[in-house]
Ligand binder design. Sequence first.
Ligand SMILES: C[S@@+](CC[C@H](N)C(=O)[O-])C[C@H]1O[C@@H](n2cnc3c(N)ncnc32)[C@H](O)[C@@H]1O
Length: 251
Amino acid sequence: MSFRFDVITLFPELVDSVVKSGIPRRAVEQNAIELHCWNPRDYTTDKHRTVDGRPYGGGPGMVMKADCLLDTVKAVKQHSTAKVIYLSPQGKPLTQSAVQRFAQQENLILLCGRYEGIDERVIDIAVDEEWSIGDYVLSGGELAAMIVIDVLSRLLPNVLGHEDSAEQDSFTDGLLDCPHYTRPERVENLGIPDVLKSGNHAEIAKWRRQQALGRTKQRRPDLLQKLELSEEDKKLLSDYLKSSSNEERED
Ligand SMILES: C[S@@+](CC[C@H](N)C(=O)[O-])C[C@H]1O[C@@H](n2cnc3c(N)ncnc32)[C@H](O)[C@@H]1O
């Protein structure tokens, strides 16, 4: 059973490009995801196939029209029972855990705005949730929809090469990921931490956990505040902070 995305967009070729490479492409090849794009222009009724109109009350820019968007949603709903998600800078901030919740479902309908946005009545009538990818304004919702597709593809069973890869990613357990190294052993004057060459898996796991805790404390203390740390984690973190403040003193 594959996860079905229906994306409502004036730029289907842009959204389609997300499944042309990398992990989302592999997800399509493995039938883990299906992507269907729907162009509101195909649901217009005038000869110019108009999808936008001037805003009531005046002002700059254009607004995506309600009629063609609502007709597109109706058409999509004949193929999908999913929630309609409007990608919008005014939505809730998108997080890893939100996408993990999406991944529990079987399908999603993603609505991409353009211009000054969509007629508010489409949100009132047809949108279930609004999500934002960050506090900045894109020129359209397509990149945001592509982000949802990319992030969700990584979470579906067997899509990633190694089953554990996503489990170690940043945010999955509320922490940032630990640092990673690969060959060669020296890059300019930098080596790698000895423990990673020790072959001692318990010590390596402990070091990785400590690095993840320390990095999160230093870079994203807000994430750490949301977690209940075990006594062992507290000790790892305090040792990390002690040794990094010693390093700073030595510098
Ligand atoms: C130029 S924006 C419209 C912004 C709108 N006037 C506002 O300030 O809220 C056009 C479209 O891009 C998408 N968009 C822009 N920024 C976004 C963000 N941070 N997250 C998700 N979608 C975004 C939305 O679909 C929006 O309808």
